[in-house]
Design a protein. Structure first.
Length: 174
């Protein structure tokens, strides 16, 4: 199946999505890689708020390059998701609706996706310049010291993705 979905609908529509479905995703997503995930979990450990509302959020595992003159963003392809596996179950348990990246996830992440009715979406690796064409806004919102790995608020328009792990346990990698 193919779906056109807004990020704020991911939680309510997750049960409809099955591994292998194609999704054109629009709406707000946040970039975060392993260094930012580590900082976010440290904030949680200290009882401090995260830089964005995690409940219902969509995180894109990406570290975009600087925007060239006249562009919203530079190349913005997915990074290997497995590096976020130590942190993902905790964020999913706090209400994270979706993650976007590339590659397999460990069993603890798969279990947390099912437990929380979330979804893992894969973007095409090696096509960061093309992916950037589906991003209409980019604003750095946290951890500026991390450079390209800082947390950014993105707005997608018809970002092409594949459902890799669905909330029923369907998994393209298995």
């Amino acid at each position: 199946m193919e779906y056109k979905i807004f990020t704020d609908e991911l939680k309510s529509k997750a049960a409809e999505l099955k591994a292998g479905d194609r999704v054109l995703l629009s709406g707000v997503a946040y970039t975060s890689r392993d260094a930012a995930h580590k900082k976010m979990c440290a904030l949680l450990d200290e009882g401090k708020p995260l830089p964005f509302e995690i409940d219902g959020a969509c995180i894109y595992y990406a570290g975009p390059t600087p925007a060239p003159e006249g562009a919203v963003i530079g190349s913005c392809g997915p990074t290997t998701s497995g590096r976020m596996d130590p942190y993902a179950p905790r964020l999913l348990d706090l209400g994270l609706a979706a993650m976007i990246g590339k590659g397999e996830r460990d069993q603890a992440v798969c279990d947390a996706i099912v437990r929380n009715g979330a979804v893992y979406l894969c973007a095409i690796g090696g096509a960061g310049a093309l992916a950037a064409k589906c991003i209409t806004e980019c604003e750095e919102i946290a951890f500026k010291e991390l450079g390209c790995e800082s947390v950014k608020r993105l707005v997608f328009r018809d970002f092409p993705l594949i459902v890799a792990i669905d909330c029923g346990g369907g998994n393209l990698f298995r």
